[in-house]
Structures are given as structure tokens and as C-alpha cells.
Design a protein around this ligand. Structure first.
Ligand code: 5GP
Ligand code: MN
Length: 315
């Protein structure tokens, strides 16, 4: 059983590094911090490497101990969380050099790049997988571990709204609530709090939104210039892709964000039937059936045309 092997590797390792996908969201950060606390309970001293994250997540227990870079070159064990492939992993150089590697994830597009891979696409969040692992390992779920895990569950299920939310999600939430985890507070801090820059970007994204394909598709974008203008910080673009998706009749929402000259990150969301992970795979990206992304090179016009063409095909 993979979980027994994972436990064995953790027990053997003296130095452990933990990281997650770039532009880490609540699930990526929650998973890393939960894993850190779990390993500490097992007597380990893991290093979490995440150079940048939204300040909205400052409330996560021990997040101040996260490192921007590593002091160790070769770790006994590297653990990747919530990350479908190695190219998206923060600190991938440490993962590549590590003696043993473990991947724990819930992306259907995960390409199993670890020595040990525990991937469950049916799980709504990586944090929910960690909840299963904790139980298997016989670890005591403290309020702090619960806070980290609940952050991933809330953010990746959009506050228990997405179809991926299952009965176990609610059962686990009830268990954490009994342990004193402030579900309502985490909800408020992650989903109902916007930074000023996020608010200003929202205005731009709404102004520019085009409704296409008989109201089934929305398209919008932001440029580096826009982010500079509103003094955007890491994570300030989070949630902008949801705006189009929530309009009546819209099946696919397309949000394009410039990350460099001639480089654009696309985010797709769908409502009922379009598999946006498949659409993004066409561009070397991936994700989940209803939420996915990719990076495309070209001018903004070229990127728009290419992505619209694939979305039209998928409709
Ligand atoms: P977002 O649109 O919020 O950046 O990402 C939505 C989902 O797609 C997340 O689960 C994220 O991990 C995944 N995703 C986003 N961009 C990429 C990408 O370039 N490659 C892969 N494989 N997954 C991505
Ligand atoms: Mn996730």
C-alpha cells in the first residue's frame, strides 16, 4: 500500500523539503502547512519552500517559518503537494536532487513524477487527501492542523459550492468544527476578503469582459501594466476567472493574465459539461475538469484567438 511506503520513507528521512505549485492558492499553502505540522508531530524538522504567496494567507499557523529558498542542497526526502507536474513545482531543483520523492495530489492530469505517488482525482482538495493520510498515520489532528486543512477544503471547493464537494468533505468539516476550527473565520479571510488591488483588477476585468458564443463563453484579461497600476501583489488576481463563470448561461469563462512580455497564463472555468482540463492539455497545461490553466506564448491577440478556437471546439 502506497501510504505504508510513504510512512516508511518519512520515518527514514532526516531532512525533508515540502513545496507545492507556483502561484500557491489556499489548497497548496494549506497542504504545505498541514504537512509541516504533521511531520513535526512525528519528530521531524521539515523545510517548506514557497517564495511568494498572497498576504491573505498570513493567518495560517507557522506560515512565518516558510522559507524563500533552501539552505540544504540535497534532501533525504522531497514532498510535492497539490502539484500536477514537475515543471509547475516551486523549488523543483530540490525535488530533482532529493534522494527520495513523494507526490500527493488531486489533479487528474498528474503525471506521477515522484518515486511514490498518492493521487486521487476524486478528492475535491489536496488537503482532504491529507486528512485521510493523517487518519491512516494515526496523527492527532490539532486545531492548527485542522485550520490548514480547512483552508484548502474551503478554497478548492469554493466554500463547499463546487460539485467536487462530497459527503466526506462535510463529515470532515463537522469533525474539525468540533475541534474548534473557525470555519466561518477561514471562509471570511479566504473567500470574502479582497485586497484593494484585487478589487481594482475586478473592475478592469468586468469592464473588458466579452460575452461570446451566444452567451456561453466569456473572455477577459489583465496585463503587466494593469497589475503595476493597481500595485498588485502575489495572489491579487485570484478569483477573477470566477466572475465570468457565474453569469447565467455561461459555460466557459476564460481569463488571461500576462506574466511576461509575450507570455500569458490562461485560467479556465466551466459550468456543467466542458472539460477545461482537456482544453488546457492542448497547450501543455492541465488541472481539473471544471478548473484548469496553461501558459501560452504569443501576443495577447494570438493567445485569445488560440484559446477561443479550442474552447469553441469543446462546447
Ligand atoms: P488557476 O486557474 O486557479 O490558476 O488553476 C486552476 C487549476 O488548474 C488548479 O488546480 C491548477 O493547479 C491547475 N493549473 C493551472 N495552471 C496549470 C498549468 O499550467 N499546468 C497544469 N498542469 N495545471 C495547471
Ligand atoms: Mn488543489
Amino acid at each position: 500500500m502506497t501510504l505504508d511506503k510513504i510512512l516508511e520513507e518519512i520515518k527514514k528521512a532526516e531532512t525533508i523539503v515540502i513545496s507545492a505549485h507556483e502561484s500557491p492558492d489556499g489548497d497548496a499553502l494549506g497542504s504545505c502547512m498541514a504537512m509541516k505540522l504533521i511531520l513535526e508531530q512525528m519528530g521531524k524538522k521539515p523545510t517548506v519552500i514557497i517564495p511568494e504567496y498572497s498576504r491573505l494567507f498570513k493567518f495560517l499557523p507557522k506560515i512565518e517559518e516558510v522559507k524563500k529558498d533552501s539552505e540544504v542542497e540535497i534532501y533525504d526526502l522531497a514532498i510535492s503537494l497539490d502539484c500536477a507536474n514537475l515543471s509547475r513545482l516551486v523549488g523543483k531543483e530540490y525535488f530533482e536532487k532529493a534522494k527520495r520523492t513523494i507526490v500527493i495530489d488531486h489533479h487528474g492530469s498528474n503525471n506521477m513524477y515522484g518515486d511514490l505517488n498518492y493521487v486521487n482525482p476524486a478528492s475535491p482538495s489536496c488537503c482532504e487527501i491529507l486528512a485521510v493520510i493523517i487518519e491512516y498515520f494515526g496523527i492527532n489532528i490539532t486545531k492548527d492542523i485542522g485550520t490548514c486543512i480547512m483552508t484548502g477544503i474551503i478554497t478548492d471547493t469554493g466554500g463547499f459550492r463546487h460539485k467536487s464537494t462530497n459527503a466526506e468533505t462535510f463529515e470532515f468539516a463537522a469533525e474539525l468544527l468540533r475541534k474548534g476550527v473557525d470555519i466561518s473565520g477561514i471562509y471570511k479571510k479566504t473567500l470574502r476578503t479582497n485586497t484593494t488591488a484585487n478589487f481594482l483588477l475586478t473592475k478592469k476585468v468586468m469592464d473588458r469582459m466579452e460575452v461570446l458564443e451566444d452567451g456561453k463563453v466569456t473572455y477577459t484579461y489583465i496585463t503587466l501594466e494593469d497589475e503595476k497600476e493597481v500595485k498588485a501583489e502575489p495572489g491579487d488576481h485570484e478569483g477573477l476567472v470566477e466572475i465570468g463563470r457565474d453569469i447565467e448561461g455561461v459555460e466557459v469563462s476564460i481569463f488571461v493574465r500576462q506574466t511576461e512580455e509575450n507570455t500569458y497564463k490562461i485560467s479556465l472555468r466551466s459550468g456543467e459539461y466542458v472539460n477545461v482540463s482537456d482544453v488546457c492539455l492542448m497547450f501543455g497545461g492541465g488541472g481539473h475538469p471544471r478548473a484548469a490553466g496553461a501558459t501560452i506564448q504569443g501576443t495577447l491577440e494570438e493567445v485569445k484567438e488560440r484559446i477561443l478556437k479550442e474552447v469553441e471546439k469543446a462546447l
